[in-house]
Design a protein around this ligand. Structure first.
Ligand SMILES: Cc1ncc(COP(=O)(O)O)c(C=O)c1O
Length: 311
């Protein structure tokens, strides 16, 4: 079991999670996201020095790293490079899958067929913990001779599978990915307009569908915006260990009215930020902008209740 966990953990680009649990691994090579040349270089070096590489694994759009969309030729080139070097291409669709980016699977944006897709999160319809991997018949056939190579105590749990089947049906019947595409386009466009007006607060808005990243000039400003929104009943999430990028990942069934409510509260937050802090101290990178959420804020939020959670 430890081996299976360590294999998965060794893939993360975040040392904060990897280091305490693992001895240094030399069988995983990290590359910059969106840089197909870097992937090819790693594969070439590995081949030259006799390191067998099994697979290239990548998120279609990075989630945790801040809703980063790769260049359009990235995924097609990955497919081509993996074929050339005879390694498997794995799409980590745990965050992007089940419609989040406006297609059922993120890789569909670039018409690429990976050898394996990893799915979880929304696969359980928001109520059931379940993860799954899907593969081509060729990859799947590896298990014909040894079905026990990939087992898990709770694997195939009927209740979780029933929830996943229901989630898949609803996603397809209610055209949830198309909804995400349409709402995401509106949301991103509105956020870009706001960001352009507050260009001393924002550096960028990124994302696809309803996987959106608001990028701020520094951590403190991102934190102040998250805190201001929380105070107004909107819960948005940072990226685990920084607030410079704040993700907006609402439920895909969010309504246009709810999006507008969030945008209004954001606008209100940004206006307050401008009004309450002198320009020079706000925009100095690294300056402590506001103190961590005050007890008042927490008390008010507890009394009022956060009524919109968008991440
Ligand atoms: C892209 C991606 N892959 C994998 C995982 C891990 O998923 P799980 O929590 O189901 O192990 C996450 C979790 O946030 C994720 O965002």
């Amino acid at each position: 079991m430890a081996q299976r966990l360590s294999s998965a953990l060794s893939l993360t680009g975040k040392a904060i999670f990897r280091r305490p649990a693992l001895t240094p691994q030399n069988n995983v090579f990290h590359v910059p996201f969106g840089d197909a040349d870097a992937v090819e270089q790693q594969l070439r070096i590995a081949r030259e020095v006799g390191n067998d590489i099994a697979a290239v694994i990548m998120e279609p759009v990075q989630g945790e790293a801040g809703a980063i969309v790769p260049p359009d030729d990235f995924w097609p080139r990955l497919r081509q490079i993996c074929d050339e070097y005879e390694v498997l291409l794995i799409a980590d669709e745990v965050q992007t899958g089940m419609g989040r980016t406006g297609k059922l699977w993120g890789v569909e944006h670039w018409d690429v067929e990976p050898d394996i897709i990893a799915s979880a999160k929304a696969l359980g319809g928001g109520v059931m913990p379940i993860g799954a991997f899907m593969s081509t018949p060729k990859v799947w056939s590896v298990m014909n001779s040894n079905p026990f190579i990939h087992t898990s105590t709770t694997g195939g749990n009927p209740l979780a599978c029933a929830a996943a089947i229901a989630a898949i049906n609803v996603t397809l019947e209610e055209r949830v990915s198309e909804q995400a595409a349409e709402k995401g386009e509106y949301f991103i466009q509105q956020l870009r307009e706001i960001a352009a007006r507050y260009d001393d607060i924002y550096t960028n808005i990124t994302g696809k569908g309803l996987l959106i990243g608001q990028h701020f000039v520094n951590d403190d400003i991102g934190y102040a915006v998250a805190s201001g929104l929380f105070k107004r009943g909107v819960l948005i999430s940072g990226t685990l260990n920084n607030s410079r990028v704040i993700r907006v990942e609402p439920p895909l069934i969010i309504t246009r009215e709810e999006i507008d409510t969030i945008l209004n509260r954001l606008e209100d937050t940004l206006q307050e930020l401008h009004a309450s802090v002198s320009t020079s101290s706000v925009f100095d990178a690294g300056t402590q902008l506001i103190t961590p959420v005050s007890e008042d804020v927490i008390k008010n939020a507890a009394i009022n209740g956060s009524d919109i959670a968008v991440a």
